[in-house]
Design a protein around this ligand. Structure first.
Ligand SMILES: Nc1ncnc2c1ncn2[C@@H]1O[C@H](COP(=O)(O)OP(=O)(O)OP(=O)(O)O)[C@@H](O)[C@H]1O
Length: 579
């Protein structure tokens, strides 16, 4: 451990006011001349590499001082702090937000006073907060900012003001009874009943002894106004929709006639990055469809306003930038006049008839999953197949793992989340498209993208079936499972894939055979102190997916179930770290 951190931890301990009897016990530690990890200070647990302090548990030790959060949070990797059942006094200072990775905070059964600092809600990883049985007061900060919170126990304090918003559906434990809260409790309190709210004389609500006053007449009037408002709104929407429908129909007909794209459509935009020397757009048709009326751009249901009504010509004219040249064609970033950045995949060498292509695209469009990037439009002529997606600005899983950041800030919990999310999305798609025989076909970490909210989305679903060298007697579906297994290996090892994943899979298999499982894992995960048992469990799932015999591989649905189980176990372990 770093010297500065050690002396900060010693300051923290001195401020807690440990009684002399404690300090004289043999294994006490907590001196600047020793190390909290290698010298095993009392109450301290470190990561597996003995590098950083992860948990500090000092319960029921008759500590009578104050909590020096500024000092203890110099240890920025702290996951758990428990000081329950002591006699600590004073305030909780805003420096608590320096404990960036804190997940569990147990301060119950002390005499802390003052308010709960707003900065507490900066701690996005917080899962459990128990501050019950203290003398805390003032208003609570906006707790809804901590989205993954599982426990909030604040009973028997002196908090005032309205209750802030909580996400009652994800909370597992919640108690704010015996405080001085006022106002109304929300109707939607999930599983929490009156007992979680009792003992706040000025708090009213459905299930509490004091129901909230109802302003009946006004409410009725409000209702009438509200419902007639809805009715008018409904009519307006209906009117607009039919207008839009008529307009689109008109446009489609226009497009067909205007947009008969002939051989070599000239790009009118000279600074278009894809224009070739001959001033011909790369999107232009190189075919000999002389005079023939080509199919125009088919816009599927798109949430992007700018895409609706877009024509093939608009795509041609927009500035484009080549951002990838993969096995199956080139990828361009295009910013059409509407301003919403799109990507256009120009597929090469796909032996598929126009009808089949169209049918496939329409079918995929019918199946929607929030974690699967929808095709917003496609274009299909004899020679040219284009697919249009929305551009995702936050890059791909491949970038995150192997780009300049090199997986540095990509912790175990987030990796498990990506694995679970991807498996669930694929399981849904496989189930829906089983009968149509449409699998992803080209699953890899560069096709797993991050949306602007850093949610994952799987792109290029069903684009084309890859002819893999070991694809004999594999269905497209269990090839997806193999590919997903390789993604799991990438997440676990932090190593990029070569040779369709065969190299990585072979390497992992050989290391595992020699029982050196620990060597497989990404060093960043090891340093972080990720639980080895669960990493091994994920590795076993990965090995099942990359099994040489396709028939023995689990279905992606089974894989998703296993991963969700693993994630729940991970969550539970966080919750019940046995102090
Ligand atoms: N919708 C998108 N938004 C942002 N970036 C994207 C989008 N789709 C793909 N990319 C990124 O653009 C790069 C090139 O993509 P491309 O699909 O051409 O490569 P590939 O998937 O390796 O090739 P292929 O699919 O032909 O095997 C990749 O890094 C990919 O992550």
């Amino acid at each position: 451990e770093d010297d500065d951190v050690i002396s900060a931890l010693v300051d923290f301990m001195n401020a807690l006011g440990p009684p002399a009897t404690l300090q004289n016990t043999t294994n006490w530690g907590w001196t600047t001349s020793s190390d909290p990890c290698t010298d095993k200070w009392q109450g301290v647990t470190c990561d597996t590499g003995n590098r950083t302090v992860q948990k500090i548990v000092l319960e029921q030790l008759s500590l009578t001082g104050i909590l020096d959060l500024e000092s203890v949070c110099k240890e920025t990797s702290l996951l758990l702090l428990s000081l329950k059942f002591n006699n600590l006094t004073g305030n909780l200072s805003p420096e608590i937000s320096n404990c960036k990775r804190l997940r569990h905070l147990y301060l119950n059964g002390n005499h802390f006073s003052g308010n709960l600092p707003d900065s507490l809600t900066d701690l996005a990883d917080l899962k459990r907060i128990d501050i019950s049985n203290n003398e805390l007061n003032g208003k609570l900060p906006d707790m809804s900012r901590i989205t993954g919170l599982l426990t909030f126990l604040a009973q028997n304090n002196r908090f005032t003001g309205n209750l802030p918003k909580f996400n009652y559906n994800t909370l597992k434990e919640f108690d704010v009874s015996n405080n001085d809260f006022s106002g109304q409790i929300p109707d939607d309190t999930g599983n929490f009943t009156a007992s979680s709210f009792l003992g706040n004389p000025n708090l009213c609500g459905k299930e509490l002894p004091n129901a909230c006053p109802v302003k009946k007449r006004k409410k009725n009037l409000n209702n009438i106004l509200m419902y007639s408002g809805y009715a008018i709104l409904g009519l307006i929407v209906l009117f607009l929709l039919s207008l839009l429908f008529l307009k689109r129909k008109q446009k489609l007909e226009d497009t067909k006639s205007v947009n008969s794209v002939k051989k070599g459509v000239k790009s009118s935009n000279n600074d278009s990055a894809v224009s070739s020397g001959k001033n011909r757009s790369e999107f232009s048709l190189t075919s000999a469809e002389n005079g023939a009326v080509s199919a125009s751009l088919v816009v599927l249901s798109s949430p992007v306003e700018a895409v609706n009504g877009m024509r093939f010509e608009d795509l041609l004219r927009a500035p484009a930038e080549l951002i990838g040249r993969g096995k199956h064609g080139s990828l361009y970033k295009v910013i059409p006049a509407g301003g919403v950045p799109l990507v256009v995949k120009r597929i090469k060498d796909w032996e598929i008839t126009r009808d089949e292509f169209k049918k496939r695209m329409q079918r995929i469009d019918q199946v929607k999953h929030p974690k699967v990037l929808p095709v917003v439009a496609y274009y299909c002529s004899k020679q040219e197949k284009l697919l249009v997606y929305e551009f995702q600005q936050n890059g791909s899983l491949f970038n995150l793992l192997h780009g300049s950041q090199n997986g540095q800030h990509f912790d175990w919990g987030s990796r498990l989340n990506v694995a679970c999310g991807t498996a669930e999305a694929l399981a849904f798609m496989h189930a829906e498209l089983q009968n149509d025989g449409i699998a992803h076909g080209n699953l890899k970490s560069s096709n797993i993208l991050f949306t602007k909210d850093m949610e994952i989305c799987v792109s290029e679903y069903g684009l084309m079936v890859v002819n893999d060298c070991n694809s004999q007697n594999s269905s497209a579906f269990n090839l997806d499972v193999y590919a997903f297994g390789v993604i799991l290996l990438e997440l676990l090892t932090g190593k990029p894939v070569q040779n369709n994943g065969l190299d990585l899979a072979q390497w992992v298999n050989s290391v595992v055979k020699e029982e050196w499982t620990g060597e497989v894992f990404d060093k960043k995960l090891v340093v972080e102190g990720a639980n080895e048992e669960r990493m091994v469990a994920m590795l076993q799932i990965a090995l099942k997916c990359i099994n040489g015999s396709p028939d023995v591989r689990p279905s992606i649905g089974q894989v998703a179930t296993m991963l969700v189980g693993l994630k729940e176990e991970d969550e539970r372990s966080m919750v019940s770290i046995d102090p």
